[in-house]
Design a protein around this ligand. Structure first.
Ligand code: ADP
Length: 435
């Protein structure tokens, strides 16, 4: 991590500093020339004053001072000034600096001055530029070296800062490694990303703990539920073997058959829930609820309490799978049959974006304190009552799971008939953009 931050930071710093060094190096030459021009100008002022006063210019240190006529010929008795062509002469008269020689070896600056008798004279000051290129090159090298050193410093500083910044991360990593079962990570005081990470991590741990507790409970409950029919089959078989009475055997076989059926229903339920837990989801299609409700009522065994489909206006299409709607209706109606005294009413209602099936019965209902948990796996309001009636305690859990994974909802309340009211809401087919 520190390498991933330090290396790019050092490279970027190096590029920026090198760029600056190159730009500054380019500016060095003109800067040095500027300094030379300033020195020439400073020497030129007293020289021009002297010539204006009719005196020869005084000597200046390292600077050649010459007095020329307007054609560039010397009037101070010295040798002609070499390489002063007409354009250079024009520039000097205009007060602009001129460089001569190839490569540039001399720098000149001039000023026009009238002598006391009114003759115009060009006073020029010149100096050699030998060594300027070398010193500019040397300056550039120094700048490049400074850029490299700066980049190294920046890399070291970044590395140090990143290490310091990552120290809490390392601490957190150690805490995670040594975290005892069931414990949570200490949340850092500072209100920063690490605190948010620790909180997220703790939330994840909590969710995982909850999921594994649920799984443990489910496995324990499943084993417990499976044990009693198996034990009952075994005991009855042992009794039948010990007392080989044909009449008793027939009765025992009937009991064993009933227990085996319960066992098989339990295993079917467990398998269905396991498949659902694994995320298997059949493709959704529009399912017409009125037809389904009527078919489910028809499927009720003879001798069931009177059941009818009411509250229907036209048709109601749910976004679900056919088998899912069938499972939900079968389970709710089977329960209603178990508990209703005399009647069951199934209503189908269509809203703007949802469709609902309401199953009412006139049985004992479900007391409010059980309503939250009645959709839990193996939960029974009255343990013995439903077990005696062959219930597995998985029916409503399957209903809830089936409806929930389609984005629907199932609730339980009190029916106007006096018993339980189960209400299932699906998204309305056609209103659904994703399946
Ligand atoms: P079971 O297969 O045991 O009926 P369910 O999950 O279908 O399991 O139901 C859970 C419990 O909810 C049942 O044991 C029963 O106590 C209660 N229950 C379900 N439906 C009704 C109802 N219509 N009226 C009263 N109690 C009900």
């Amino acid at each position: 991590m520190w390498l991933r931050i330090t290396v790019p930071a050092a490279v970027v710093t190096l590029i920026v500093l090198l760029g600056l060094a190159v730009v500054a190096g380019r500016g060095l030459g003109p800067l040095r020339l500027q300094t030379v021009d300033d020195e020439l100008r400073a020497a030129l002022v007293p020289a021009a004053d002297a010539v204006g006063a009719g005196r020869p210019p005084a000597e200046a240190d390292g600077i050649t001072l010459r007095v020329l006529d307007t054609a560039g010929r010397p009037v101070d008795g010295g040798a002609p000034v070499s390489r002063l062509d007409p354009s250079a002469l024009r520039a000097l008269k205009a007060g602009e600096p001129v460089s001569t020689g190839q490569p540039v070896t001399l720098r000149w600056l001039g000023v026009m001055v009238p002598t006391p008798d009114g003759t115009p004279r060009l006073v020029v000051a010149g100096t050699g530029l030998a060594g300027l290129g070398a010193s500019v090159r040397e300056g550039s090298h120094w700048l490049l070296a400074a850029a490299l050193v700066g980049a190294v410093f920046a890399a070291a500083a970044t590395w140090l800062v990143v290490r310091l910044a990552l120290r809490p991360v390392a601490r957190m990593r150690r805490s995670v490694r040594a975290l005892p079962q069931g414990e949570r990570l200490p949340v850092p005081e500072a209100n920063d990303e690490l605190r948010a990470l620790a909180e997220e991590f703790n939330a994840l741990l909590a969710r995982q703990a909850e999921a594994s507790a649920r799984l443990r409970r489910f496995t324990g409950d499943a084993a417990h539920e499976l044990r009693s029919p198996v034990a009952s089959i075994r005991v009855q078989a042992e009794v039948a073997v010990a007392n080989p009475d044909p009449e008793l055997s027939q009765e025992t076989l009937a009991d064993i058959l009933a227990e085996a059926e319960r066992l098989s229903a339990l295993l079917d339920g467990l398998l269905a829930l396991a498949r659902s837990d694994a995320g298997e989801l059949p493709p959704a299609e529009p399912v017409e609820l009125v037809t389904e409700a009527r078919a489910a009522v028809h499927r009720l065994p003879p001798g069931s309490p009177a059941a009818r489909v009411g509250g229907v206006v036209g048709s109601a299409w749910a976004h679900a799978a056919h088998a899912e709607v069938e499972l939900v209706l079968n389970n709710l109606l089977r329960n209603a049959c178990r508990y209703a005294q005399s009647q069951i009413v199934v209503s189908v209602l269509a809203g703007r974006s949802t469709v609902r099936v309401v199953v009412d019965d006139d049985g004992p209902g479900i007391p409010p304190e059980h309503r939250d948990r009645v959709f839990d796996r193996f939960y029974r309001v009255e343990h013995d009552r439903s077990r005696a009636s062959g219930g597995t305690g998985l029916g409503l859990a399957m209903v809830a799971e089936t409806v929930r994974r389609r984005g629907g909802r199932v609730t339980v309340g009190e029916s106007p008939e006096g018993g339980a009211r189960f209400q299932v809401t699906w998204r309305r087919a056609g209103n659904v953009s994703v399946s």
